[in-house]
Design a protein around this ligand. Structure first.
Ligand code: 5GP
Length: 140
């Protein structure tokens, strides 16, 4: 866990933000470079870098409010849906090393697109898929 990140400075009010939610463990605020109106970031206050570092109790805290904040974002900007995304690690495009969920409103008549549009797709045989599933089970 890092000691301080850009987002801990936001939580501590050293950097101003448009805060939309706060409790003992969780914080949510508008993204300063929004991909859509209402683009919101939800974070644990503690600066865990990756999802796998987030202790289950704090993950439960974040998830207990994520749906509620998402509904409020959708209502606030009259969105038809939302993409909830987490860039986990630099290779996935994570720029701020403090785990965070993006809530990105989508609009049917606008640029709505599924997460599948981000990837080229991988051609795998049934055997290759089964082997990957076995390796995932073994690594848990
Ligand atoms: P990542 O690429 O790490 O998943 O996303 C980091 C997000 O943080 C980006 O969408 C970026 O716009 C947002 N961001 C970066 N600096 C600031 C800031 O100072 N304030 C706010 N509110 N958002 C920020």
């Amino acid at each position: 866990m890092s000691e301080e990140t850009l987002f801990t400075r936001i939580v501590e009010d050293e950097i101003p933000s448009d805060t939309v939610y706060e409790d003992e463990t969780t914080y949510a605020f508008l993204d300063v470079n929004p991909l859509a109106p209402g683009h919101t970031l939800v974070i644990p206050k503690e600066p865990y870098e990756r999802l796998s570092e987030l202790p289950p109790a704090e993950a439960a805290d974040v998830f207990s409010v994520l749906g509620e904040i998402t509904a409020a974002v959708e209502a606030a900007v009259d969105a038809d849906g939302t993409t909830i995304a987490l860039n986990n690690g630099e290779a996935a495009g994570q720029e701020v090393p403090h785990v965070h969920w993006h809530i990105i409103p989508q609009f049917e008549d606008d640029t709505a697109r599924p997460i599948h549009a981000l990837f080229d797709g991988a051609e795998l045989s049934d055997e290759e898929r089964s082997e990957i599933a076995a390796r995932i089970r073994d690594n848990r």
